[in-house]
Design a protein around this ligand. Structure first.
Ligand SMILES: Cc1cc2nc3c(=O)[nH]c(=O)nc-3n(C[C@H](O)[C@H](O)[C@H](O)COP(=O)(O)OP(=O)(O)OC[C@H]3O[C@@H](n4cnc5c(N)ncnc54)[C@H](O)[C@@H]3O)c2cc1C
Length: 298
């Protein structure tokens, strides 16, 4: 089933967008890490959100989440790994593919400083998704760069496929299978020729055919390379429309001030603009279906 609107990100901007889109009776799917993952959850006290002073960030987030849920938004909890903009939008979360006719990006600030060689070898040995690409490396040596809480599970999955896995991370992993060697390292560089041949980890070379770089979130520009940015943030107009038709953006991802009230306001505007876009598309389709000149009847 294709939802009217897919929202990527379950922080204040994404949840506000979901509430606003539901108030226009659109079907809404919110895709995101658990809502507790928003940086707002770390705020001990939020005093500048109108009408609700003194709440903790966690309390505010939970109220936003319950509001969106009660309004009828649906949720898929997980990391969006890939995005296809064709005939609407398809987003992959684990092994699940979600579809929508309009898309609102609300991923917050995704820190995506890349390792040397990462962008160069993306798709030629570098991958962000063990579930999507693991089979390509069956029985071959791979390195997992574990930067997210679920990275050990992803490494275990690759191991179960028969990949010879080495796990690299600055911190000791929890839940890594015994058969997987762990290398503590932080300074990394991908090496290769036509394709990846190894990963340099704190000066030592780990030969491999694939490098899985598993961060907490995939940046929107990695999901949608055609997305235009300006000084590192997604470029939007006053309707929160991006340069890609049907794609809107809201919250910290569009730049400062990095504040809840700005994120919520932008989420609201993005949702109304997405609804307008969908209604316009529908009118266009109806016109085309009923226009005898378009049908070639005359
Ligand atoms: C310690 C702290 C205190 C703060 N205090 C205040 C305050 O008092 N007042 C105030 O106004 N603001 C405060 N802020 C700022 C506020 O938290 C942010 O401005 C706000 O959370 C931005 O909301 P957002 O929805 O744009 O993004 P976020 O809250 O960052 O939410 C985005 C969500 O999308 C998820 N996501 C991103 N990419 C993907 C992907 N590929 N797949 C799945 N999920 C993804 C992220 O994991 C995250 O959960 C504080 C921030 C911090 C860190």
């Amino acid at each position: 089933m294709a939802y009217d609107i897919m929202v990527l990100g379950s922080g204040p901007a994404g949840l506000a967008a979901a509430v606003a889109a539901r108030s226009r009776d659109k079907s809404v799917l919110v895709i995101g890490n658990p809502w507790q993952d928003s940086p707002l959850a770390r705020a001990e006290q939020v005093d500048n959100y109108p009408g609700l002073p003194g709440r903790t960030g966690m309390e505010l987030l939970e109220e936003f989440y319950r509001h969106a849920e009660n309004a009828g938004a649906e949720f898929v909890v997980g990391k969006a790994l890939s995005l296809l903009a064709w005939n609407g939008f398809s987003v992959t979360v684990g092994s699940q593919v979600c579809q929508g006719n309009a898309l609102i990006l609300a991923p917050g600030v995704v820190r995506s400083a890349k390792y040397p060689g990462e962008a160069e070898f993306l798709g030629r040995g570098v991958s962000y998704c063990a579930t999507c690409d693991g089979m390509l490396y069956r029985n071959r040596p791979v390195v997992v760069v574990g930067l997210a809480p679920d990275s050990p599970q992803e490494a275990n999955y690759l191991h179960s496929l028969g990949c010879q896995v080495v796990y690299v991370s600055p911190r000791q992993p929890q839940g890594l299978e015994d058969g997987i060697p762990y290398v503590k390292a932080g300074k990394l560089a991908v090496q290769g020729g036509q394709t990846v041949t190894g990963l340099e980890a704190d000066g030592a070379l780990l030969p491999c055919a694939g490098v899985f770089i598993l961060r907490r979130a995939v940046a929107p520009t990695d999901l949608l390379p055609a997305l235009e940015t300006e000084e590192g943030v997604i470029r939007v107009d006053r309707r929160m429309a991006t340069n890609i038709p049907g794609v809107f953006a809201a919250g910290d991802c569009t730049g400062g001030p990095l504040q809840v009230s700005k994120a919520v306001g932008e989420g609201h505007v993005a949702a109304l603009s997405a609804c307008e876009y969908l209604d316009h598309q529908l009118t266009k389709e109806r016109k085309e279906t009923h226009d005898p000149f378009q049908q070639g009847d005359l």
